[in-house]
Each structure stands twice: as C-alpha cells, then as structure tokens.
Design a protein around this ligand. Structure first.
Ligand SMILES: CNC(=O)[C@H](Cc1ccc(NS(=O)(=O)O)cc1)NC(=O)[C@H](Cc1ccc(O)cc1)NC(=O)OC(C)(C)C
Length: 275
C-alpha cells in the first residue's frame, strides 16, 4: 500500500471521499440549532443523529451535534460528537446521562496552538459542578505521559452513576500521535478499563470526525485481531462509519496511521510498555 509514495493508500482513501455526503442534515440547519454547531461544515446526518429528550415544546431542544457510529460490538456502540461548546455543555452532559453512557473518550486538548478546541466541560477538582440539573464530581485522576483517566460521579435527582473519562492529551489536530503506537497503547488501556457493558461510549475530539474516527477504527480493528479475524477491512470500516457521520478519519495520514498501528501490534512493537 505504501509503495510509490503511498499510492494505494491515496487511491483507497480517495474512494471514500463522497461516502454519505448525499444524506440530509436538516435538524442541524435549523436557525435555532446553528449556534450549537462548532463548525459550519461538520453537521450530523438526520438519520443517525443522537436525539436528546425534548424539553416541553422548546424547538431544537432534542438537538446536539452527535451521531451513533458502529463499532466491533454493536451498530450503535459509539456516540460521536464535537467538543462541547460553552453553550452546549449542559446538552452534552444530558446526552451522557440519557444515553446511559459510562465512558467518555476525549481526543483533543481544550486549547491547541492558542485556539479553543473544546470547552472545559468537567470539574477541575473534587468540588461538584452543576451542568443543568446534573452534578459532576471528580473522584480520582490517574495521569500518564500521553493520557489521563478520571473517574467522575454524576448525580441527577436521587440517582448516582460513575463514568470514566479517558483523555488522550498528545494528539495534534489534523495529525497523528507520535509515535503512532502511542495510539494503539491508549486503545488497549481504554479497553482494559472500559466498563464491560453494552452502553454507548461517547467519543469526541474537536469536530468529532478526524481523531474520533481514527480511534474507533483502530479500536474495532484491534478487537477483530484479538478475535483472530483472517482479514481486517479498514476501508469497509471507514466506509460504514462515514455513512453515519461525515469525514470520519479525516486525513490520509490518519488512515495510514491505523494500518501502521495494526502492523506494530502484529509485530509486537512497543506494546509491552506500560501506560
Ligand atoms: C479543515 N478544517 C475543517 O474542516 C474545520 C472543521 C474541523 C474538522 C476536523 C477537525 N479535526 S478533528 O475532527 O480531529 O477534531 C477540526 C476541525 N472547519 C472549519 O474550520 C470551518 C471552515 C471550513 C474549512 C474547510 C471546509 O471544507 C469548509 C469550511 N470554519 C468554521 O466552521 O468557522 C467557524 C468556527 C468560525 C464557524
């Protein structure tokens, strides 16, 4: 695939360019919802968008820039979303609560090169913070060189839940982790700690397409590998994801990175290193 300056990778990635693009995004285009989109060109398709429980007859109250995306374990294993805006972070927590999710994967820093990529939507310390009617408290935090895992307690009314926040902190926007195997080790660390249930995992970066799609594709591929799949169809996975959310795996470099990680895992490179 990488011969002749990645010619086959380029050819294959180009075939994905128009997948899903004919599908409507009418909810995202409503005037009441436009301010809820971080980017003008990253809008959720209607057919797969996550719908919040509507609030009375408030127009647009069911809207968040998020889509269900398939993984190895189910057709709606992930809810992929943009990095919350300050004005949508209450909706973000409502989505986490109403979906029953027990894990969030965050693949961007809040600020990169002086630009806001994501609101700081979770508490800085152990004091509870309210987001709408949901109180979020940080219980404990484990910091590693390339990621941080935080246990969060969510309270809504009389109900309490623990949710794990997996924050990858060294992935530059539009780029790939350096070295790429850092991503494979993060995926393994996530899988080892992710609650083993069928509830959706919330995944986001800044736009919720490039880094999020790359993470999900590698997670799916590594599970297939662990189940001794004879053939791993990266092209087919990205094709299926782009039917649900636009630009999943945004750059050719990210597409190649997925393959590089798989080769590294197959060759046993650098995977023994602890988190
Ligand atoms: C190439 N950059 C983009 O497409 C970003 C959206 C985006 C996508 C993916 C990522 N990476 S990530 O998914 O890994 O977080 C970050 C940002 N979009 C914008 O910056 C768009 C402009 C744009 C760029 C390219 C295009 O084809 C159409 C419109 N700008 C934009 O939305 O401007 C605001 C924020 C002021 C409303």
């Amino acid at each position: 695939m990488s011969a002749d300056s990645d010619f086959r990778f380029s050819e294959e990635f180009e075939e994905l360019k128009h997948v899903g693009r004919e599908q409507p995004c009418s909810a995202a285009d409503l005037p009441v919802n436009r301010p809820k989109n971080r980017f003008t060109n990253i809008l959720p398709y209607d057919h797969s968008r996550y719908k919040l429980q509507p609030v009375d007859d408030e127009e647009g109250s069911d809207y968040i820039n998020a889509n269900y995306v398939p993984g190895h374990n189910s057709p709606r294993e992930f809810i992929v979303t943009q990095g919350p805006l300050h004005c949508t972070r209450d909706d973000f927590w409502r989505m986490c609560w109403e979906s029953g999710s027990r894990a969030i994967v965050m693949l961007t820093r809040c600020v990169e090169k002086g630009r806001e990529k994501c609101d700081r939507y979770w508490p800085y310390d152990t004091r509870p913070v309210y987001y709408g009617d949901i109180a979020v408290t940080a219980l404990n935090e484990s910091r590693y060189p390339d990621w941080t895992v935080t246990e969060l307690m969510l309270c809504r009314g009389a109900e309490q839940r623990v949710l794990k926040h997996f924050h990858f902190t060294t992935w530059p926007d539009f780029g790939v982790p350096d070295p790429p195997t850092t991503l494979a080790r993060f995926v393994r660390a996530f899988r080892e700690r992710c609650p083993p249930d069928s509830r959706p995992v919330v995944v986001h970066c800044s736009a919720g397409v490039g880094r999020s799609g790359t993470f999900i594709t590698l997670d799916t591929a590594l599970q297939q590998l662990a189940n001794h799949a004879e053939f791993i169809d990266i092209f087919g996975m990205v094709h299926a994801m782009r039917r649900e959310r636009v630009w999943m795996v945004q750059t050719e470099q990210q597409y190649i990175c997925i393959h590089q990680c798989l080769v590294a895992v197959l060759e046993g490179q650098d995977m023994a290193a602890p988190p």
